[in-house]
Design a protein around this ligand. Structure first.
Ligand SMILES: [Cu+2]
Length: 338
């Protein structure tokens, strides 16, 4: 098929728009909101520009050579010009050796500089948060505040936050594209990574290391708040679960404490102290269930409890059968875990 000039121009335009659109978005490294991601984006742009200039130069030399050859005498055969002239030799030394060495040295240096900038060792942390990878969710602990939550990392803006990363089973990798690069979570080892942003907002994160069947659905959210909002959040999360205020919630609590839930989940302020699944003390304050798989609504919560396998197949919570009014009471109780 032969494209008319007008059509191919249109195609080019559409292509450009599509490519530019890919630069934005909630998981784009080219749209940084944090200090770490900004250094990475700078490196990316510098390398892109250098590569583009080199590409244009190489292609123009290639075209020049082709063009010259066609004009040479002898029907496409290169004329015998004897040994290369001094001029030709200088050309090769400059363009083939000196410039590539200069470019590679510069890029290497820029990479080292970026690595240093990304290194948490140089940063004096104002807040430390522990993140523990599990198949397939994130445990998030604030050791100085005595808080445990899951799949959400709340941070104050304009604060140097240091994450201590480890894993309880296989290797995972934490990646919050708009805030920083990837760092592995390795069992038996603690890796560090820093987060710093001045923009209030929600940033998507994702496990970036194949860790099993639900790897792709191991998401998390970083919520950056103003320092005063963050203090408020901390105070809320430090509370133990309140005692049930009415009969329905009380019945729900009894069902919760009498069911298998307690072997896997903790609710501070009750006897439930399991550590296999996420801490549920402030479940109702979370936005999603199952590491970002569904929104935390009563309907989704009911569906999750009865058969989380149909929502996130292969996850480590078994289906739990409950009579419908028992389930209703349990939902009422779970809704009090603000
Ligand atoms: Cu993972």
């Amino acid at each position: 098929m032969k494209l008319s000039r007008k059509r191919s121009r249109l195609l080019l335009l559409v292509l450009c728009v599509v490519l530019l659109a890919a630069c934005q978005g909630e998981s784009s490294i080219l749209d940084p909101s944090g200090e770490g991601a900004m250094h990475i984006a700078n490196l990316w742009w510098v390398m892109l520009i250098i590569a583009a200039v080199v590409y244009v130069q190489v292609i123009s030399f290639l075209l020049l050579a082709l063009f010259r050859r066609r004009n040479a005498d002898g029907g496409g055969q290169l004329p015998d010009t004897g040994p290369p002239s001094k001029h030709a030799r200088t050309f090769i030394v400059v363009n083939g050796i000196a410039i590539p060495i200069a470019i590679l040295t510069f890029v290497f240096g820029f990479n080292l500089l970026t690595l240093v900038q990304l290194s948490p060792v140089n940063a004096n942390a104002q807040l430390t948060i522990e993140v523990i990878g599990h198949r397939w969710w994130w445990e998030v602990r604030y050791p100085t505040h005595n808080i445990v939550t899951a799949n959400e990392i709340y941070i104050p803006t304009d604060t140097q936050v240091e994450l201590h990363l480890t894993s309880s089973d296989v290797i995972h990798s934490l990646w919050i594209p708009k805030l920083n690069g990837k760092t592995d979570l390795i069992p038996g080892q603690t890796n560090r990574m820093f987060l710093r942003t001045s923009e209030v907002g929600e940033y998507r994160g994702q496990c970036a290391e194949l860790c099993g069947i639900q790897h792709a659905r191991m998401q998390l959210f970083v919520v950056a708040q103003s320092p005063s909002d963050f203090e408020h959040w901390i105070e809320g999360q430090q509370q133990e679960a309140p005692a049930p205020a009415d009969d329905m919630a009380l019945r729900g609590q009894q069902i919760f404490l009498g069911a298998a839930c307690v072997y896997c989940h903790t609710v501070r302020g009750t006897s439930a102290s399991g550590v296999i699944g996420p801490d549920l003390t402030h479940l109702a304050s979370r936005k999603t269930l199952g590491a970002g798989v569904v929104l935390n609504t009563p309907g989704n919560l009911a569906g999750w409890i009865i058969d989380s396998q149909s929502i996130k197949p292969g996850n480590l919570m078994p289906p739990i059968y409950l009579e419908s009014d028992d389930l209703q009471a349990l939902l009422t109780y779970l809704a009090t875990l603000q």
